[in-house]
Design a protein around this ligand. Structure first.
Ligand SMILES: [Zn+2]
Length: 259
């Protein structure tokens, strides 16, 4: 069965709405440097495919992948397309309103790009404060994967365009990966910024000035297959618990009535 909003006909849409339990999912990526070997849209390409695989196991209507998001630190490299935080928040709110108007009562933000998650935390709070009649859930990149990644990885530094992310891309879209560009190349960590545990708006670029982390040449399709299977499994589990959840809808209703 088809679960992608953009591929459904009107009558298929009505069936998918009911069969999903009125739950929609928005895959959210980015357009930014992923080093010399991965495409700029890597996060959206990845998370869109993960969402499609999840929907085949646990019914959920998947909205078109959102590539236009936040990646302001990546503006230091060519190809970044960064949407202002206020505009991104307004756009996502508008998309959620439209999903609700079409009958969805729970909306899941499925993140493929870590740079969006701080803004999303703010977004969730803004919508709760507005007393929206639908429930929102936000799943960060590689959610619940920490221990599994530790078992798989051969290199220490992972997180962006690294051994792990490159393995996943090699498995999902090998045609978009150029491993020759990272043969024998390691992206070292810079320790120059010394204000921890204070955080700054430029932590990533201060620590990883080239963008990628560690040694992506250690990526393999086999690692990618295991990582993707686990990632899908974890999200299916979270999605099932979201479907069963009655707490968030109740509290959102109370917040709305408290206004
Ligand atoms: Zn990425």
């Amino acid at each position: 069965m088809k679960w992608r909003w953009e591929f459904l006909t009107v009558s298929e849409f009505e069936v998918a709405l009911e069969r999903s339990g009125r739950v929609a999912m928005i895959p959210i990526g980015s357009l930014e440097t992923h080093g010399p070997h991965l495409p700029l849209g890597n996060d959206g390409l990845t998370i869109g495919k993960i969402a499609d695989m999840v929907a085949q196991i646990e019914p959920v209507v998947v909205l078109p992948t959102l590539f236009y998001t936040q990646s302001y630190q990546a503006k230091l490299h060519p190809g970044a397309l960064c949407i202002h935080a206020e505009l991104l928040t307004a756009l996502l709110e508008n998309i959620c309103e439209e999903a609700y108007r079409n009958g969805f009562e729970k909306i899941v933000l499925l993140h493929g790009h870590g740079g969006n998650t701080p803004a999303m935390e703010g977004f969730l709070r803004i919508l709760a404060d507005k007393g929206k009649p639908y429930s929102l859930y936000s799943i960060p990149p590689w959610a619940g994967m920490g221990e599994f990644i530790d078992q798989i990885k051969e290199t220490e530094n992972v997180g962006h365009a690294c051994e792990i992310e490159t393995s996943i891309s090699l498995y999902l879209f090998p045609e978009g990966v150029n491993m020759e560009a990272v043969r024998g190349k390691v992206f070292p960590k810079q320790e120059e910024l010394d204000v921890s545990p204070a955080s700054t708006p430029v932590d990533w670029m201060a620590t990883w000035p080239e963008g990628p982390m560690g040694d992506p040449s250690k990526a393999t399709i086999e690692k990618g297959e295991k990582l993707v299977q686990k990632w899908v499994e974890v999200i299916v589990d979270i999605l099932r618990r979201i479907k069963n959840d009655t707490v968030v809808p109740k509290l959102m209703r109370q917040l709305r009535e408290a206004k």
